[in-house]
Design a protein around this ligand. Structure first.
Ligand SMILES: Cc1ncc(COP(=O)(O)O)c(C=O)c1O
Length: 380
């Protein structure tokens, strides 16, 4: 099956009882056993659920993986990956990660004896230097939130293999429509399904996909033990969203390319980061490993923070909102919203300035999005 067919059909067959073309929602906590010691494949929904299983199979198929686990949020998916480690283990992580991820690493997981070193993973030498004898995992976000840095996924796979590290990728921004990290040697792909995968701002969810049976068995054990699972109804909503993933991503990317070019040519904009612009420092890597550049842009205005705020306060159609990856265009101020919990010094060290604006380009008519930005930039 080709990718565009998989998103619509992988694992989804007409319901054997009724022929329903859309799978039913098994909104149940438990399952009646035919006799002691026997079940029909399910015993309790924290452990497994038919609707969740369908989503897990569907997501695994579109990532080109064998196994999937669906979680209650992207953060619980990240947490499950980190629970593959034990106290004393060290993680080398991309420096520019979503603010909630660095909050989790720095303010929660360090309490349990994990340690983290943040490096620019677009620089393989910096990654090599950061590896210690106790390093067990390499955690990469690509493209990153919010600076859109791109990491060479294969180069990192070579390092991870050489040093026997578990190699995980947060591929939320790319989605399997544009990047399939397992094909480039990653052990784990993680998604906030809240974003492009579900696509309509309708749920909070997460997923982890792997080809490694040992990792899957451990993840499954952690999932059923801790129970941060995606509800049957939310799994069903994600399944509906996935059907249009390919179509949506093409439109997100097409719109984002035009908007990035418009912003780059605008006199009030000093810097634009979009992996599809030749000015992007990792443009060649992005072109080599991705089938499209997705829909996220970040930029700074020549007038700095005040102009940025004026822009964000004056958009009419674009929503000033925390999230991303939905059909609606959304604009965000990372320093006070998504990355507010990253200490100010750390933000400035990684180039996340107070004037940075993040745009999640939707699938509306691009002329309407540009017209909205244009009228707001007039006032900025
Ligand atoms: C790249 C990335 N990873 C993980 C997360 C966390 O996902 P969730 O909000 O679904 O918990 C986010 C949320 O914005 C994100 O942008």
């Amino acid at each position: 099956m080709k990718f565009d067919t998989k998103v619509v059909r992988a694992g989804i067959n007409p319901d054997p009882t009724t022929g329903s073309i859309i799978p039913p929602i098994y909104e149940t906590a438990t399952y009646v056993l035919p006799e002691v010691g026997k079940d029909k494949g399910f015993d309790y929904t924290r452990s497994s659920n038919p609707t969740r299983q369908l989503l897990e199979e569907n997501l695994a198929a579109i990532e080109g993986g064998r196994y999937g686990c669906a979680y209650a949020s992207g953060m619980s998916a990240v947490d499950a990956c980190m629970k593959l480690l034990k106290s004393g283990d060290h993680v080398v992580s991309s420096d520019d990660v979503y603010g909630g991820v660095s909050r989790h690493f720095n303010q929660v997981l360090t309490r349990y004896g994990l340690t983290f070193t943040y490096v620019d993973t677009s620089d393989p030498d910096a990654v090599r230097k950061a590896i210690k004898p106790e390093t067990r995992m390499l955690w990469v976000e690509t493209p990153t939130n919010p600076l859109l840095k791109v990491t060479d996924v294969k180069a990192m796979a070579d390092i991870a293999k050489e040093r026997d590290l578990i190699y995980g990728i947060d591929s939320t921004f790319a989605t399997p429509a544009f990047l399939r990290p397992l094909e480039w040697g990653a052990d784990i792909v993680m998604h906030s399904t809240t974003k492009y995968i579900s696509g309509h701002n309708q749920i909070i969810g997460g997923a982890v996909i792997t080809n490694r049976e040992d990792i899957y068995n451990e993840l499954k054990f952690i999932q059923k033990t801790i129970g941060a699972v995606c509800s049957p109804f939310d799994c069903w909503l994600v399944l509906l969203g996935v059907k249009t993933l390919s179509l949506r991503m093409k439109r997100h990317a097409e719109n984002a390319q035009k908007i990035a070019e418009y912003l780059e040519a605008h006199g009030k904009i000093s810097r634009v980061s979009y992996p599809g612009l030749p000015s992007h420092p990792q443009y060649d890597i992005a072109r080599a490993q991705m089938d499209g550049f997705s829909g996220m842009i970040s930029f700074e205005l020549t007038g700095g923070i005040l102009s940025g705020k004026a822009l964000m306060n004056n958009v009419r159609m674009c929503g000033l909102a925390e999230s991303l990856g939905s059909v609606e265009t959304m604009i965000t101020h990372p320093a006070t919203m998504t990355h507010a919990d990253v200490p100010a010094e750390e933000r400035s060290a990684r180039g996340l300035t107070d004037g940075l604006v993040r745009l999640s380009v939707g699938i509306e008519d691009v002329e309407d999005i540009i017209a909205d930005l244009d009228q707001a930039l007039e006032k900025a």
